[in-house]
Design a binder for this molecule. Sequence first.
Ligand code: SF4
Length: 253
Amino acid sequence: MGSETSVANAAESLGVDETNLKLRNLDAAGRVRWAVETFGENAVLLSSMQKTSSVIVHLFYELGLKNEVLFVDTGFHFHETLWIRDEFMRRYRINMVTLYPALTPAQQEEKYQAKLFNFVDGQPQCCAMRKEEPFINYVKEKGRRVVMTGLMKSEGGKRGKLEPLMKDPRIKGFTLQPIFDWEEAQVEAYLKEHDVPVHPLHAQSYPSIGCQVCTTPVKPGEDARAGRWRHLRGEGEDGPRYCGINFTDGSGI
Ligand code: SF4
């Protein structure tokens, strides 16, 4: 039996509940190793360049993995986000794959005659075109089967019910959260212990970082995602807090 057939069989017969019993007893490195042993090169990381995914970038380095680290360049990122992507490539020689939307920001504005991100009904469309589609199209085209993320249950909200392994029907595969059971303090301790570069904006009151045009710092007492799409919410109103790139919680990085 060839190795590709073995991987395909392993994927088809994977019982998520049963696998999670095993994954819960492994540490983060063990979970990453399981994904690579099970899916080979079809195990990838989706990285936002924020600190939780930086932990997994570093685990890839420590484990000597050449599996792909996917990064979606929306065309609206802070320059610090692009800087840390490049720093990871320089320092860890990881196999970074930058994905791009079909249209440039200027082409999109020309086509829709609007900056979609400035409108409540335009933002989901903008996020779908600039984040979700490039990611899903690539994963499907390449046949990747498990996508690792840096999401944690302790983030609360829609992420409070995360499991280590979850199905993602969009890619006919799975998402794996190697640090699903970590707390913020563990992330901080890991990054410090291993001297991992951290997105510079985290130290400037940005606990959650997305596109520059849709992200602001948070004020004392606000929740970690309060700075996301603030311009689409009136004072005290509810509004978008997530995009759709992560299927596991219908939310975004
Ligand atoms: S975060 Fe804003 S700019 Fe970025 S893709 Fe979503 S709506 Fe567009």
